[in-house]
Design a protein. Structure first.
Length: 86
């Protein structure tokens, strides 16, 4: 999904690797089992680009992945908590 839908975002290889790693951790957590994969990937991209000072606007990521800003934001907050735990 990241390569196909996120191609226009011009993400660095580091961000892509970190997204895969974060999603691997998220798959183990029950609170993420009902999320659409595109929503999870988009939220991970938003979180990691924000942390790496290469921030991409939330609405641009949501549009690129075909999800709503609200879905992105809700999943982003949960991923941020997970990332702080690990």
């Amino acid at each position: 999904i990241l390569q196909r839908l996120g191609a226009n975002l011009q993400l660095s290889e580091k961000i892509k690797r970190d997204v895969v790693s974060l999603l691997s951790d998220a798959k183990k957590e029950p609170q993420f089992c009902g999320y659409n994969r595109a929503t999870l990937v988009a939220a991970a991209v938003y979180l990691l680009t924000s942390e790496n000072k290469t921030s991409i606007p939330q609405h641009k990521i949501a549009k690129e992945f075909g999800i709503s800003d609200v879905s992105l934001r809700n999943c982003y907050f949960k991923l941020r908590v997970l990332r702080q735990k690990n």
